[in-house]
Structure formats: structure tokens, C-alpha cells
Design a protein around this ligand. Structure first.
Ligand SMILES: C/C=C/C(=O)SCCNC(=O)CCNC(=O)[C@H](O)C(C)(C)COP(=O)(O)OP(=O)(O)OC[C@H]1O[C@@H](n2cnc3c(N)ncnc32)[C@H](O)[C@@H]1OP(=O)(O)O
Length: 656
């Protein structure tokens, strides 16, 4: 939904970031003017948007027709014209301070008085850019990630003079275009994500420079043992080795010799065909990544804590200097770096005392500034706040433990709305997410709850299953955990509903099967693909599925790793309802409304008898039913139901 203070957005620059941001703004419902210095550049940018919006429409990933989005975009080469009626200006011109300042100075002359003036810079100072205008309090950083259409994160950076009001407006605008903004309260080099992410690549490069590792071992260990989506050298090659080099160089920090050498020889990674790997040959190795040819057997002999300690230290520096909160840092790294978890959370899991000890050891051995422990980290450890096991670290686990992967609220009507919130990995379930579901249902006051609705964040997935990247990292026993969690869901004393929009696979369907009612949007995909991974469903699907669809279908589904559409899943009895897009919310609301207004004691009894009865003989199950029925005849709710029937009104149950 658009915000009131912004109607028209001017995007300056039609390159990969500029046209991507223009597309995001137009999809978000804003009128957009995209400007670049030459007609050809603007035209190329527009054609890229046309192609991309077309693809999104084809895949049903936007709510309207592609033309309706495109009609909101105008193009121009005239800067004054572009910004003259803009409520928000987003600059995405080349990353050179003089070009940025020239642009902002002209924008200042022509943009309306109230306009938010934003820069998409990833590395330059917002404060310095702002001084090119007479209204630095209105200048803010809006740092999108590449490609803007796909990447959910936006860093909202305050320069020295940025006002609270304008930072807030920029934040709200980013939310309105369906992005996940994080506040960066101070204009530090690298903002939040790069401050923590750059050492991921750099530390491995220092180790390689010192002959303390090799490329494949480092990459394989970080990927297969720690669950990162790419290894440090692979990521460096992917993004361009020169990028990290310039990042360091610009802040006068030493650059690992192997990186300097690659840049000198113009071996910049994938884009030049050679970096830490060779790409021209396309020989052996992973099909999708040319010359990146490490595998699980290369993993092992690499000091992962060394890299993570430096990243955690930088996170502590950001928190200690009030640049960002641990929550913002963790969201930033998950969404901006596709990290399996944020570095504050990681630090709390590893133990901040272990992190500090590692840094002190490294500092004593190498004397490099990057190992100098951040004051805030030292403070936490000295106060005994060493992480989760101690009850407090970056986060406080004692009174109100944080939920990193669930977004939940208990409404006034008693609906516990639980969103699986790990959109960057299609809401796949990590060990933490399993634990959080269990904790939430165990800790919540059941008397306050009338029903639970599980859904997935975004519109791509309910959940794509257990986090596969955790399988090679964890102990085998960890993979058994889902079963206990789903038993907690299955046995919860109130009705539970799975609201499925998109992929519902593996542990996703197992969570849904543990729920009492499953409603899926048409176009959703339901399946048990575990056999493709050499596994079987481990969260109850072999058993709950067979009870629902019978042996024939359960075996075929599990053996073949079938993925079926929502309509077929309804026909098979897996879903209660497969519903068209436009009716989806209404159908879910209808079901939930019946559960909310239903008699709590009777619903609890019905759930228990139906669940337990399946495991008993018919005779025993009927006896259970009889006893529950008799008990219910003594409740106030029964009297209310009967009275309401007689008085021809809706009953108002109290649960007594
Ligand atoms: C006891 C329970 C066991 C289990 O549940 S085992 C797991 C069962 N589930 C699966 O096998 C499904 C795995 N996922 C997929 O096959 C695909 O995804 C989809 C078909 C669902 C979607 O494909 P596409 O549209 O091409 O998206 P994308 O680029 O593959 O996914 C976006 C990002 O999400 C990550 N991701 C998706 N599913 C999982 C998962 N289950 N565990 C960990 N990560 C996952 C990807 O890697 C990627 O991430 P990046 O953008 O960093 O490349």
C-alpha cells in the first residue's frame, strides 16, 4: 500500500540499480520518472523493466497486469524535469562523490520543498553527499541490494544531519514497496551489511595469503559445515574481487596480498573469467557455477570461528556505537548476505567468551587492528553476558526471549497468527525456527487462544521444508527434532490452521499435516521431495499422510518425491480447501471465524477424541467419545448453545 506523503518517485540513473528501483516503485503503486543522461541509457533501462515486469506477471508474482505497472513509468533525460514534482528522489548514479554531489546540488534546486532526497550509494558518505544541498536534514540513504526486484533488504541510513522525520518517512516508503528496511543510525563506511559481510571474504583471503588455507577447503567448509550459501572465495569471484578491494582501499585499510595480486592482474572473478577459480574452461564441477569445483569432501580443515569471530566483532562494534540494533544487523545479514543466521545470533550461540578469546589469540599472534576486540564485546563478556547459555548476550533470553524466525501476534479475538518468517530461504525451517514454534506454543497462555493460524511470510512459500544447508552441518540427531515440534502442534489444545500460499514441501507439509485444517491457495505446490535428498520425511509425514490419503497415495507421494498442485491435494484429501487467489483470504477468515466463535471446551474435546481415537480400537474410541460427550453436557457452553437455539440467536460461548 502506498504512503500518503509520496505520490511520485524520481529515480536518477537507469543502470542495473536505477531501473530495478524504478521497477520496485512502480510495482508498489507509485508514479515513477526514471532519468538518465542519454536517451539510449534510459531506453535500455526501460526495456529491462518491461522484460522483468512481464516475467513477474507471467509467474503471477505481481497483482496487476504488466501494462498497468509500465504505464506508471515515465522516462526523461532532463534532471530538473524529472524531480520537479517528485515527493521522493532516489539517486542511483555512478559511485563517485563528485557526480553524486553535482546531482544532489541540481536536485536541490528543482525538487519540491517537502521531497525526501535519497541516495542508493553502497559505499559513500550520506553526510558528505547531503552537504551539496541546502536541506541536509531531508537527505537519507536508501541502499537497495542487487537486484532490487528480488532482494528484500533496504538499509535506511541517516547522515549526520538527517532528521528523524525524514529517516522515518524513507523507512515507511521502503516498507510500502514490500521491502524489509533496517535502520542504520549512523553513516559509517559499509553501513551495516558490508561492515559485517566483507570480513567473510577478507579473513579467508588473509589466511590464503599466509598459506593457512586453500581456496576449496575454505569454501567447502563454510558451505557444507556452516551452511553459508557460497564459500568466501566463490562469493568474492561472484561479486567481483575489485569490489572488496576498493571497499578496503577507500577506507585506508590493509588489503590481503592475494586480493591485491588478483586485482593487479585483472583476475577479478567471474566477470573476467578468472579469479580464485577459472571460469572459461567450464570443466568438471557444479553445472551451475562453471569453474567452482569444490565438494563436501573438501570440507573440514578450516578455522570457521576465526572468520565468524571477526564478523561478530564488527557486529558488536556496530551495536556498541549505536549504529544498529542486533535485530537490524541480523535481518541485514540474512536478507542482504543470505546468511543462515545473523551474526549477533551466531555469537550468542557460539558464546561471546569463546569469540573474545579467539580474537585475543589472533590479536596477540598477528597484531592486526581487525582482531582488536570491540569495547561492547568486552563489556558483554565482563558482565557475564556471554550468550544464550548465560541467558543474555546480544539478545536477552531471560524474560522475553526473542523470536528470530517467527512473526506472531495474538489478536483480541484470540487468534494466534504465526508467520514463518525466513523469506530469504523460502521460509525453510532451521533448528532455531523449530525451537521457536515449540516455545511459542508451549509458552502461550492457552486460555487466551481460540485458534492458531500458521502461514509463511511473502507469497512464494508456506515453507520449502527443513533447511537443507543444515543437514551436512548438524549432528544426525538434530534432524529428528521436527517430529517433537510437530507433535506439540498436533497436540495443541486449540484448533490449528495451515494457510498455504506457495511451496509447501518437506517439513512444510509436515507442519501442515500436524495442523487440524489446511487451506491452500490455487497454484500452491504441495510435496514430499525428501527422497530426492536421499532421505525420508522426518517430521511425521510418513504416518500422518498415510492416515489422510491412504497407503497407495502416501507411498507414491513419498517414494517418488511427488509435488502436486493445490487442486490435486484437495482431491486427495490433503487440503480441506484449494481456493482461488481472490477468495483465499475470505475462505480462511470464514474458517477462522467459526473456530473463534465455537465452543472452546467442545472443540478441544473433539480434537482430542478424533486424534486419540485414530490410535485406538473402534470400541475404545467410541467409549472416549461417549465420555467426552457426557462431560460436555455439564458445561455452561452446552446450556448457552441450547438456549441460543431456543432463542433463535447466535450462541456466545465462554469456554466454561
Ligand atoms: C524432516 C524434513 C526434511 C525436509 O524438509 S528436507 C527439505 C525438503 N524440501 C526441498 O527439498 C525443497 C528444496 N527447495 C527447492 O527445491 C526449491 O527451492 C523450490 C523448488 C522450492 C523453489 O525453487 P526456486 O523458485 O528456483 O527458488 P530457489 O532459488 O531454489 O530458492 C530461493 C532461496 O531459498 C533457498 N532454499 C529454498 N528451499 C530451501 C531449503 N529447504 N533449505 C535451505 N534453503 C532453501 C534456496 O537455496 C535459495 O537461496 P539462495 O537465494 O541463497 O540461493
Amino acid at each position: 500500500m502506498t504512503i500518503d506523503t509520496v505520490r511520485r518517485v524520481a529515480v536518477l540513473g537507469a543502470g542495473s540499480m536505477g531501473h530495478g528501483i524504478a521497477e520496485v516503485a512502480a510495482i508498489g503503486g507509485y508514479e515513477v520518472t526514471m532519468r538518465d543522461i542519454e536517451t539510449d541509457l534510459v531506453q535500455d533501462g526501460y526495456e529491462n523493466i518491461e522484460w522483468s515486469v512481464g516475467k513477474l506477471a507471467e509467474k503471477g508474482q505481481i497483482d496487476e497486469d504488466a501494462n498497468a505497472v509500465l504505464e506508471r513509468i515515465e522516462t526523461t533525460t532532463d534532471l530538473a524535469d524529472a524531480v520537479s514534482d517528485a515527493d521522493l528522489v532516489i539517486e542511483a548514479v555512478p559511485e563517485q562523490m563528485d557526480i553524486k554531489r553535482d546531482t544532489f546540488s541540481t536536485v536541490d534546486e528543482h525538487a519540491p520543498e517537502h521531497a525526501i532526497l535519497a541516495s542508493n550509494t553502497s559505499s559513500l558518505s550520506i553526510s558528505e553527499i547531503a552537504t551539496a544541498t541546502d536541506r541536509p536534514e531531508q537527505v537519507v540513504g536508501l541502499h537497495f541490494f542487487n537486484p532490487p526486484v528480488k532482494m528484500d533488504l533496504v538499509e535506511v541510513i541517516r547522515g549526520e544531519a538527517t532528521s528523524e522525520e525524514y529517516a522515518e518517512r524513507a523507512y515507511e516508503w521502503a516498507e510500502s514497496v514490500d521491502k524489509r528496511p533496517i535502520h542504520v543510525h549512523k553513516d559509517v563506511h559499509g553501513f551495516v551489511v558490508n561492515t559485517v559481510l566483507v570480513p567473510f571474504m577478507e579473513e579467508a583471503a588473509w589466511m590464503l595469503s599466509n598459506d593457512e588455507t586453500d581456496v576449496r577447503t575454505a569454501d567447502a567448509t563454510m558451505v557444507y559445515e556452516r551452511g553459508y550459501p557460497m564459500g568466501p572465495f566463490e562469493l568474492n569471484d561472484f561479486g567481483g574481487i575489485d569490489i572488496g578491494y576498493h571497499f578496503r582501499d577507500a577506507s585506508d585499510q590493509p588489503v590481503p596480498p592475494v586480493v591485491a595480486e588478483k586485482v593487479e592482474n585483472e583476475h577479478l572473478g567471474k566477470k573476467t573469467g578468472k579469479g580464485f577459480y577459472e571460469y572459461e574452461s567450464g570443466e568438471a564441477g557444479r553445472d551451475d557455477a562453471d569453474g567452482v569445483d569444490y565438494g563436501p569432501t573438501d570440507a573440514g580443515d578450516f578455522d570457521t570461528l576465526r572468520t565468524e569471530a571477526v564478523m561478530i566483532n564488527n557486529a558488536a562494534w556496530l551495536v556498541g556505537n549505536d549504529v544498529a540494533t542486533p535485530e537490524a544487523i541480523d535481518i541485514g545479514l540474512r536478507l542482504g548476505g543470505s546468511f543462515p543466521e545473523g551474526m549477533c545470533r551466531r555469537g550468542d550461540r557460539v558464546g561471546l567468551d569463546a569469540v573474545l578469546e579467539k580474537l585475543e589469540e589472533l590479536h596477540a599472534e598477528y597484531g592486526a587492528d581487525r582482531y582488536e576486540p570491540a569495547e561492547y564485546l568486552v563489556e558483554l563478556v565482563e558482565e557475564g553476558h556471554t550468550g544464550e547459555d548465560a541467558g543474555k548476550g546480544f539478545y536477552d533470553y531471560r524474560t522475553d526471549p526473542p523470536y528470530h524466525y517467527l512473526d506472531w501476534e495474538l489478536t483480541d479475538e484470540g487468534v494466534l497468527d504465526v508467520t514463518l518468517d525466513r523469506q530469504e530461504r523460502l521460509n525453510s525451517m532451521s533448528e532455531d525456527m523449530f525451537a521457536e514454534i515449540d516455545r511459542l506454543l508451549t509458552d502461550v497462555d492457552v486460555d487466551e487462544v481460540s485458534c492458531v493460524v500458521f502461514s509463511g511470510a511473502g507469497d512464494r512459500a508456506f515453507s520449502s521444508g527443513a533447511d537443507i544447508t543444515g543437514f551436512t552441518a548438524g549432528e544426525p540427531v538434530d534432524i529428528m527434532d521436527p517430529d517433537d515440534v510437530f507433535t506439540t502442534v498436533y497436540e495443541f489444545d486449540r484448533p490449528t490452521v495451515a494457510k498455504i500460499d506457495g511451496f509447501c514441501l518437506g517439513a512444510g507439509i509436515e507442519l501442515a499435516l500436524a495442523c487440524d485444517i489446511r487451506i491452500g491457495k490455487e497454484g500452491s505446490t504441495i510435496g514430499t521431495p525428501e527422497t530426492d535428498l536421499g532421505l525420508i520425511p522426518g517430521g511425521g509425514a510418513t504416518q500422518r499422510l498415510v492416515r489422510l490419503v491412504g497407503e497407495n497415495r502416501a507411498k507414491e507421494m513419498v517414494f517418488r518425491g511427488l509435488k502436486i498442485g493445490a487442486e490435486e491435494a484437495e482431491e486427495w484429501g490433503i487440503l480441506n480447501h484449494a481456493v482461488a487467489d481472490e477468495e483465499f483470504e475470505d475462505v480462511v477468515d470464514d474458517v477462522v471465524s467459526d473456530l473463534v466463535t465455537g465452543p472452546p471446551v467442545a472443540l478441544k474435546a473433539a480434537k482430542q477424541v478424533i486424534n486419540d481415537g485414530q490410535e485406538a480400537s473402534l470400541e475404545t474410541a467410541l467409549e472416549m467419545e461417549k465420555q467426552s460427550f457426557a462431560l460436555l453436557t455439564t458445561t455452561d457452553d452446552m446450556y448457552e448453545g441450547v438456549t441460543a437455539f431456543r432463542e433463535n440467536r447466535e450462541p456466545e460461548f465462554t469456554g466454561e
